[in-house]
Design a protein around this ligand. Structure first.
Ligand code: AMP
Ligand code: ZN
Ligand code: FE
Ligand code: FE
Length: 286
């Protein structure tokens, strides 16, 4: 028997990180696209949960509190979805604060690099961020758009913001083992986001994914538009072999990306497994 009302979309961003809409609007958009159970998963912050939960309740939707924790394995950026964590967990809060703080200095460094060649200043980026939003390259992209330097975020990411173009700077992030430990410590369920983007070469080696599973990684986000078909097959093999939770999600960013709510979905059974494992938090039902 289904416990959760579908369609289920477990990966959406608001303007508390780099989405373009407030949390309540994200829930309204998800509802308009037919989604009935939604998670808010802003980067490195849980500050949008209260507003999203209230809006979801008004819309008759089930709300799943989540976050997308930034991590890094060597040079590879790894995003760890953290479902149902206790938002007051001291260790997780401290790490998120450290990442968010470093993201600000990093964005300033990227802007200084770009300012050598283009008319772009830190104030232009600040004008594109809301409150204490987690600052990322998408905000710099929006500033580049406002300055008439690029047309949209996609053009910015393919050009000026691409690591190979020379303006890029990294930000602090914990390794994925630490990320998993923090999420588990906060009673949450770690699911690796879009593990096979761009090409198979950008996927973590299978041996490393196995080590992450040994460390407590619970699931893989296989249904994601940026995972390659080849990558999805490889990931499904690992999921079958290790009995991992498999999710599918949109990674909606409002107007910032073409991804639409509900374009990939998660099964009721997969969400039930996530909820069963969590000790830090629970979904809110309408
Ligand atoms: P950052 O964490 O600051 O390095 O920026 C990464 C963020 O940018 C992720 O949340 C992505 O969703 C977003 N992003 C990556 N590529 C694109 C793109 N082509 N268009 C819009 N957003 C993107
Ligand atoms: Zn994002
Ligand atoms: Fe991500
Ligand atoms: Fe995301």
């Amino acid at each position: 028997m289904a416990r959760f009302t579908g369609p289920i979309d477990l990966h959406l961003h608001s303007n508390h990180s780099d989405g373009t809409e407030a949390p309540a609007e994200v829930m309204r958009q998800a509802h308009a696209y037919g989604v009935r159970t939604a998670a808010l998963t802003d980067h490195d912050t849980t500050s949008g949960w209260a507003e999203a939960a209230e809006a979801a309740s008004d819309l008759g939707m089930t709300f799943v509190p989540g976050m997308e924790l930034s991590a890094k394995h060597g040079w590879r950026s790894v995003h760890m979805l953290a479902y149902l964590v206790d938002p007051s967990d001291a260790a997780l809060l401290a790490e998120c604060a450290r990442i968010r703080d470093d993201r600000i200095g990093r964005a300033e460094r990227i802007v200084r690099n770009i300012a050598r060649d283009f008319d772009l200043h830190w104030d232009h980026v600040l004008a594109q961020t809301t409150g204490d939003a987690t600052v990322g390259r998408p905000h710099i992209a929006d500033a580049l758009i406002a300055q008439g330097i690029v047309r949209d975020r996609t053009e910015a990411f393919e050009g000026i913001l691409h690591p190979r173009t020379g303006y890029y700077e990294p930000h602090y992030a914990p390794d994925p083992f630490t990320a998993i430990e923090l999420i588990l410590g906060a009673g949450g369920v770690p699911v690796m986001a879009h593990p096979a983007t761009v090409s198979r070469d950008h996927m973590l080696p299978v041996a490393v994914i196995d080590e992450l599973v040994d460390a407590g990684l619970a699931g893989l986000e296989i249904g994601h538009r940026e995972n390659t078909e080849r990558g999805k097959k490889a990931l499904q093999k690992i999921a079958d072999r290790r009995d991992l939770i498999v999710t599918g999600s949109s990674d909606y960013h409002g107007a910032g990306k073409p991804n639409r709510p509900g374009e990939n979905t998660t099964t009721d059974a997969a969400l039930a497994r996530i909820v069963e494992r969590a000790t830090g938090n629970a979904p809110s039902f309408p």
